[in-house]
Design a protein around this ligand. Structure first.
Ligand SMILES: *[C@@H]1O[C@H](CO)[C@@H](O)[C@H](O)[C@H]1NC(C)=O
Ligand SMILES: *[C@@H]1O[C@H](CO)[C@@H](O)[C@H](O)[C@H]1NC(C)=O
Length: 610
């Protein structure tokens, strides 16, 4: 995409620049906020009707190359005079088609709060939010690099109406701007690029601009989020959210070194992110956060009367292109979200994702109603696909009705409240299962009694012995971790010897370094043997042993690879091959090593969690 689209677009626009109605824009101030990975364009317009007839609609134009990423669009005006005094009126903006418009433009129609008579004027604001509009350039960076991105737009407000005076301000996260399109009246002031003022531009004026700048904010993109909100009339709302999160920024190349990441803050990976914050409703309880391996206990939780904050910290930092899947779950008091109105129940809940500044490519909100609910419908303040499903859990006769809301391209602006209305008769619900419930009740009593017996027995000495054994297992795991860490340190040194070689060309020194490393690694693996034998034979460690075994296998493979890579490089130097040849010969090793590094890291983290 890019400049070519824009150029074609400009030509077409000029061809069809016919005046659309008798509106003119007296003043237009545009502000493009590029400080995160979500692009927000706020436009403030003062419009006047200079024709004889009344006008009740205003047309917004968005170039197609932007319209495909448009996630959110609102227009609002102020009743009364001045922003401070008046109250906000939201205007609806709808997709429309009109003859005689350039094909590269998407049109939205905004209905004005009242018809504009001859000579009357109106001020209103438009907010448009775009996703996936900052293109990483370069597309691939290493762990130590900062991330640079490109944004494209027009310097003039694209409009079917004449614009008398206009200006544009582009806000970037830091003063580090690599490039911006230099037009007359363009300047950079700290982290802001200003264009304008420009006077008296005819309809459809367009002048492409490009901004290339540093942006290291977390490019957190949720490919898919399924939010399940399950209502229980026993007093609880259970929320379960499954995330498939990816770092949508410049792809990471050259693998990841945790040692470097931890030891050298300057090479921490400016473009990576380590954690995100989820803002849950107040009074959330039983909060958990887990991934495929299990619960993640390093996450932190803060709570006060207004909110609950959960810090989501994946097992490894996310670099460009990396993914992680996880689930968070929490319970909420039903009375905070469910109301009764006109014989119906109303669930009033927030729609979007509780995590800060994420883009969701595909969001499914599933509201699971109690069994026996009927006449349900949802009211959402924006367009969604709606359907119904049935969910069965063990105690259900007919299944629970589920209202499913689906939306693509969701941004934080969509975190608005939506309502699900339904009818549900608590009494009729109770009659039938009463027998069943009493049956279960007896069963649970029996269970509880049994459990208490179990607990009293477990305080005997066998539990004590089990605990001692478990302590031993943990000590062994700690030992494995230490030895592998020492291996990693040796491997890093070996890697450093190759850098030294490229600097000094001293083949002999490099060979000596390899021999020393080889000896050290062999010794370390030998040292590991008794611990491994213990873990393999311990019944307490039977769950963990496969992971430890896998870790050691991966570590061995990694060492072999490193040795192969090392000798290939040294060989190349000895035979005086050129640098590119050598690089080509080790590329498969490098790729495998990057994968192995990550796998070993993950397994180490897994062991840490135990
Ligand atoms: C994870 O934590 C939740 C809530 O604390 C708990 O119910 C669940 O059993 C735990 N799962 C594992 C695998 O430890
Ligand atoms: C839903 O809850 C929000 C926040 O508590 C509140 O502002 C809004 O008025 C409620 N909507 C309805 C329809 O109850």
């Amino acid at each position: 995409m890019g400049t070519r689209d824009v150029l074609v677009f400009v030509l077409l626009s000029i061809l069809s620049a016919s005046a659309l109605s008798d509106l003119v824009i007296l003043k237009c101030d545009r502000r493009i906020d590029l400080r995160t990975h979500i692009v927000r364009v706020s436009t403030s317009l003062k419009v006047e009707n200079i024709g004889p007839a009344g006008v009740s609609e205003f047309l917004l134009t968005v170039p197609n190359f932007q319209a495909q990423n448009l996630a959110y669009l609102t227009a609002s005006s102020y009743e009364g005079h001045g922003k401070s005094k008046g109250s906000v009126v939201n205007l609806s903006a709808n997709l429309v088609q009109r003859d005689g418009m350039p094909p590269d433009i998407t049109l939205y129609s905004v209905s004005l709060p009242k018809e504009l008579g001859k000579g009357e004027s109106l001020t209103f604001d438009i907010l448009s939010v775009f996703t996936h509009s900052l293109k990483p350039f370069p597309e691939e960076i290493t762990q130590a690099d900062i991330q640079l991105v490109v944004y494209q737009d027009g310097a003039y407000y694209l409009s079917p109406y004449e614009v008398k005076v206009q200006s544009l301000s582009v806000q970037v996260p830091s003063p580090r701007v690599e490039f911006y399109t230099k037009l007359p009246n363009a300047k950079v002031v700290e982290s802001e690029i200003k264009y304008g003022p420009y006077d008296n531009l005819p309809p459809f004026s367009f002048s492409p601009i490009i901004v290339h700048f540093e942006n290291n904010r977390p490019f957190a993109v949720v490919k898919k989020l399924v939010r399940e909100i399950e209502i229980s009339h026993w007093g609880n709302v259970q929320v379960t959210e499954h995330y498939c999160l990816v770092h949508g920024g410049a792809r990471n190349k050259g693998g990841f070194s945790r040692i470097e990441y931890q030891a050298r803050p300057d090479i921490r990976g400016a473009a990576s992110f380590r954690h995100l914050t989820a803002r849950l409703p107040p009074r959330a309880h039983s909060i958990y956060y887990r991934d495929q391996i299990g619960n993640i206990s390093t996450s932190n939780l803060w709570a006060d009367s207004r909110k609950t904050e959960l810090r989501i910290e994946p097992r490894y930092p996310l670099f460009g292109g990396w993914k992680t899947d996880f689930t968070i779950g929490y319970g909420l008091p039903l009375q905070d979200f469910l109301f009764e109105s006109e014989g119906k129940f109303v669930l009033n809940f927030s729609f979007g994702c509780p995590i800060d500044e994420v883009v969701i490519d595909n969001l499914l909100v599933k509201v699971v109603l109690p069994e026996g609910s009927k006449d349900m419908f949802a009211h959402v303040p924006f367009d969604t696909n709606q359907r119904e499903e049935v969910k069965f859990s063990h105690l259900d006769f007919f299944g629970r009705p589920v209202v499913v809301l689906e939306k693509e391209n969701v941004v934080p602006e969509h975190n608005q409240h939506f309502q699900v209305y339904y009818k549900f008769n608590c009494l009729s619900m109770l009659q039938e299962p009463l027998m069943l419930i009493s049956g279960f009740f007896l069963f649970f009593i029996a269970c509880i009694v049994f459990k208490h017996m179990d607990i009293s027995i477990s305080k005997s000495s066998s539990a004590y012995i089990a605990k001692l054994q478990w302590d031993e297992v943990q000590a062994a795991l700690q030992n494995v971790h230490n030895i592998i860490n020492r291996c990693i340190a040796v491997e890093e040194k070996l890697g450093a010897s190759l850098h030294e070689l490229s600097r000094t060309g001293d083949v002999q020194a490099c060979k000596t370094a390899r021999k020393a490393a080889d000896g050290l690694l062999k010794e370390l693996l030998k040292e590991l043997k008794p611990t491994l034998a213990f873990l393999q034979s311990s019944s307490q460690a039977s769950q963990i042993w496969p992971k430890v075994d896998e870790l050691v296998a991966k570590e061995k493979e990694k060492q072999e690879r490193l040795m192969m890579k090392h000798s290939t490089v040294v060989d190349g130097y000895e035979k005086r091959s050129n640098g590119r040849d050598i690089a080509n010969r080790v590329v498969t090793h490098d790729q495998r090593l990057a994968v192995l590094n990550q796998e070993v890291d993950e397994l180490l983290d897994f062991i840490d969690q135990i």
